[in-house]
Design a protein around this ligand. Structure first.
Ligand code: MN
Length: 288
């Protein structure tokens, strides 16, 4: 790259992909939205989120520190439009490749199914993985209109891998999903009102988690007044300040992967893309 140039298709502040340092982070985009059931467009999420990242300054005023975490932006994975299983397998391979380089993945979606590729790879690498799942929905359906690989089933597939699940921001689910949660021992729920009214209890719970953590953020966890361009907007969501508190709390833990999915917009400067970029920027600021 020349001295006075920049690459808007790479996340702001990312390092050149040469002389890769171990124990750093690597961004991959997943431009895939083939199982989307309501508002489509998440395939353009990676590009608009990256472009929005250039609106931030290196000093993060919220956390009183500069973004000094070393991270790379490796571009987008080659998805297979219309084929969720194949796409997730490619993501899994890519995350394994990152693990070989001792790089922790940050995935920009794309629809939520992308998470299973990363969670599968990391659940095989790490024992006792806990997935912190921030979402308006549980995504615990066994199948969605007959499809097992779907944005609506992703956390059921994760649970089948034996991971512990902590679901935060939940405010929409089916009776089957609620019955399933009651029938298991390793799914903890904090609904949207718990976040609004009992943040201290959530912080205490998160602080006491043992072992490696994967964080998956569906952008619809945030209130649609703030982040409307998502696959399934659901009123009554979280504020950005609440997300900042949750990320700050989790930054003291052993976080081995992170994703921000379901930004469904192809418009530069879209609110949702800006908020998604801000969450990744905050996460990176906190992780050094
Ligand atoms: Mn959702």
């Amino acid at each position: 790259m020349l001295l006075n140039t920049y690459e808007p298709w790479k996340f702001a502040f990312s390092s050149e992909n040469e002389n890769i340092k171990e124990n750093s982070f690597g961004i991959i985009g997943v431009p895939f939205d083939s199982t989307t059931s309501y508002h489509s467009g998440a395939r353009s999420g990676p590009i608009v989120v990256r472009e929005a990242s250039f609106g931030f300054e290196k000093y993060n005023t919220i956390f009183n520190k500069e973004l000094n975490t070393v991270f790379y932006d490796f571009g987008d994975v080659n998805v297979v439009p219309g084929n969720c299983s194949k796409t997730c397998r490619i993501i899994e391979d890519t995350v394994n490749e990152l693990s070989d380089l001792k790089i922790k993945p940050i995935i920009i979606g794309g629809e939520h199914s992308a998470s299973i590729g990363a969670i599968k790879a990391l659940s095989e690498k790490y024992e006792r993985l806990t997935v912190i799942h921030m979402d308006a929905h549980r995504d615990l359906a066994f199948d969605f209109i007959g499809e097992k690989c779907s944005h609506a089933t992703v956390m059921r597939r994760a649970h089948e891998l034996g991971v512990n699940l902590v679901q935060i921001g939940i405010r929409s689910s089916s009776k089957d999903e609620e019955d399933f949660v009651k029938s298991t021992y390793n799914i903890q729920t904090f609904k949207n009102k718990d976040v609004h009214k009992h943040m201290d209890a959530i912080e205490y719970y998160l602080t006491n988690i043992d072992g490696p953590i994967y964080i998956s953020v569906d952008m619809d966890v945030i209130d649609p007044a703030i982040a409307p361009s998502v696959g399934n907007p659901t009123p009554g969501g979280l504020f950005v300040s609440e997300m900042e508190t949750l990320l700050k709390t989790l930054s003291h833990k052993n976080v081995v992967g992170f994703d921000v999915v379901e930004t469904a917009s192809d418009r530069l400067g879209d609110n949702t893309a800006v908020v998604a970029a801000k969450l990744i920027y905050d996460f990176l600021t906190l992780m050094d």
